[in-house]
Write a protein of this length. Structure first.
Length: 557
């Protein structure tokens, strides 16, 4: 080794660099093996920085960190005490299990849990195990997963007067006192969580009064009234916690929560799953859902995945797609007839080619995508709010177009709407095995409501319930949601049949003429009467002219 090489080796420890790079290489190699071996693996990603900059609050927790990505953030340390309170409560629920038992289970799950995160977890093993246990206990207690689990009471002892047994009685009395303290502590935490749940229910009830039947002004200025004991819980914390629990970066694998529950209550986790699902249903109460009580999900990777299940289109949509596909054959022959009568599409050659050539259909769709609501309305499309039926429920994504009528479920837009949809989109963009239904819906709504007058039109129909300050704020919010979304119109998406049907309707020249005539001359009864009178006078004039011409051509004898 030359002198120059020796000096460079002193500055950079090559052996240490080799060891660190091999460690990194082994980690990414093992990650690739896991990805190849587990096709259904749901990885928890971090949102790319350029997307995060659009709206940082939408992707980062406000009051509580869950998982390793935001663990140790200084702004979130104030609420760490809640996690320790939940751990203390879990330990007291089952005195037969010690803290060591819980940590041993976390140690068994360490590698499996780390494999659920795309980025390398550089946290020390001890800190990672402690984080898993604290976060698992927090989710289990805060989401009422422990409902129905009681504190076991020690066996009663009846003294017999024997001095030796009196000593045992004294010890038993100490155990009873300890059990009473445990019971009181458990009752205190249960009361606190019950108050939190009651507060959530009141928030739901208060917003229930903000349905489309009320005016926007009343929704903006009406202030919900809470009972005095709810103020101790803190409505800010309750609302922000609901925000934090549904962030892509703020998740832990749900099997961690299940294993903690199994140590406390046994192997049967059906009660746990039911309680967690009911809690989530309370958070997304404002959105229509097609999943009924008997169909509640029993298998999900984390809380955001569970939320995504409730936003998928219902099974009825598939039947509607097949029906619309059959209608396309009928529309094709109708278009040919309209072409013969010169009343068809503006460019019938292109329509015929697009019906037979998927690539041409993609090029046409990529040029204009979805049109604005006002444009469709001017072409005669009627927008109608899809009324919710408990016997035949629908999802928020159940949009359909039949016979010139587009039915769209009611969408309430407030300050939390952007964050929820951003994380659902991020979940689909990072885990494509779960589809792109929410992404397709957001692209559809973004294009449909790209201008304030579009929002005004759908708000009048009761489809949009605007709890923001202006219609422009709604269109701006939706426009930002679609920024940097990777979405191809070339492949199948659940709204593609709807898109094709409504485009065919829009392109029909005769229907556009009829819609223009109706909106400009028959929307007002006086204008309609004037149009009818004018048409009648015109016809009379034409008939009179014809008779006059006949009289000149064939004069009377």
């Amino acid at each position: 080794m030359t002198e120059g090489e020796s000096n460079r080796a002193d500055v950079v420890d090559i052996d240490e660099l080799v060891i660190s790079m091999k460690r990194e290489l082994n980690y990414y190699w093992s990650l690739g093996e896991r990805l190849d071996g587990e096709t259904e693996l749901c990885l928890i990603y971090k949102v790319p920085q350029h997307i995060r900059m659009i709206d940082r609050i939408a992707y980062e927790p406000i009051v509580q960190s869950i998982g390793p990505y935001h663990h140790g953030t200084p702004a979130l340390q104030a609420m760490e005490k809640e996690k320790w309170n939940c751990l203390d409560y879990i330990l007291k629920l089952n005195p037969e299990k010690t803290l060591r038992d819980y940590l041993m289970v976390m140690w068994e799950l360490e590698n499996q849990a780390k494999s659920c995160y795309l980025e390398e977890i550089k946290m020390e093993n001890k800190k990672f195990l402690r984080m898993l246990l604290l976060d698992g206990c927090f989710i289990l207690v805060s989401l009422y997963g422990t409902n129905g689990i009681g504190v076991p009471m020690p066996i009663e002892y009846v003294p017999s007067g024997n001095p030796q047994e009196d000593i045992e009685e004294s010890r038993l009395g100490q155990k009873r006192a300890s059990w009473e303290n445990t019971k009181n502590e458990a009752t205190r935490i249960e009361n606190k969580t019950a108050q939190s749940r009651h507060l959530t229910e009141n928030l739901v009830l208060a917003s229930e009064q903000s349905k489309p039947s009320t005016s926007r002004q009343s929704m903006q200025h009406d202030k919900p009234v809470y009972e005095d004991d709810f103020d101790q819980v803190g409505p800010w914390y309750t609302n922000f916690l609901a925000h934090d629990l549904l962030l892509l970066e703020n998740q832990i694998p749900f099997f961690v929560v299940k294993r903690v529950y199994e140590l406390v209550a046994g192997k049967d986790t059906s009660i746990l799953l039911n309680n967690i699902v009911k809690f989530l249903e309370g958070i997304i109460h404002f959105y229509p859902r097609s999943i009924q009580e008997s169909e509640r999900p029993k298998d999900f990777y984390h809380l955001l995945h569970l939320c995504h299940m409730y936003f998928r289109p219902s099974k009825k949509m598939e039947e509607g797609h097949h029906y619309q596909a059959r209608r396309r054959y009928f529309n094709y022959f109708l278009q040919m007839g309209c072409k013969f009568l010169k009343l068809g599409l503006q460019s019938d050659e292109n329509v015929q080619n697009s019906s037979l050539n998927p690539q041409s259909d993609f090029l046409k769709a990529s040029q204009h995508c979805w049109r604005r609501a006002v444009q469709y309305h001017e072409a005669g499309v009627e927008f109608r709010r899809k009324e919710f039926d408990k016997n035949n429920p629908h999802s928020l994504l159940d949009v359909r177009f039949i016979n010139g009528v587009m039915e769209i479920p009611c969408l309430i837009i407030d300050d939390s709407t952007g964050s929820l949809f951003r994380n659902l989109i991020a979940f689909e963009q990072t885990c494509p095995q779960f589809g792109n239904d929410v992404t397709a819906y957001v692209v559809f709504m973004t294009q449909l409501l790209s201008m304030p007058d579009d929002v005004t039109l759908l708000a009048r129909r009761g489809i949009i319930v605007d709890q923001l300050r202006s219609d422009k704020g709604v269109s701006t919010l939706l426009t930002k949601l679609s920024k940097d979304i990777v979405f191809s119109f070339n492949y199948y998406y659940y709204l593609k049949p709807v898109h094709q049907s409504i485009e065919e309707h829009y392109q029909m020249r005769l229907k556009r003429w009829m819609a223009w005539l109706w909106q400009n001359h028959f929307s007002n009864p006086w204008l309609g009467l004037a149009a009818i009178a004018g048409t009648f006078i015109l016809l009379c004039t034409v008939v009179q002219t014809i008779f006059t011409l006949f009289s000149y051509a064939d004069p009377p004898a």
